[in-house]
Design a protein. Structure first.
Length: 69
């Protein structure tokens, strides 16, 4: 009987773990995570723009530093 109780408890814990994992997946799939991903995507596009602009400014600064022959 003790083995059956232990097996039952193990199965209950496994089911609870699976349920928690499924809930987390559903939370992300239902759009809760989407708002954070959208914000992150917007920020990365700003970072990319800043990198491009920085590269442009560095290039123009190098052109200005070159001596005219």
């Amino acid at each position: 009987m003790m083995e059956a109780d232990e097996t039952s408890r193990f199965l209950e814990e496994a089911t609870a773990y699976d349920s928690a994992e499924v809930m987390a997946r559903n939370w992300m799939a239902n759009g809760e995570m989407t708002k954070y991903l959208e914000t992150t995507t917007m920020l990365w596009s700003l970072v990319d723009e800043a990198k491009e602009r920085s590269t442009e400014l560095e290039s123009s600064a190098e052109v200005e530093k070159r001596p005219v022959l």
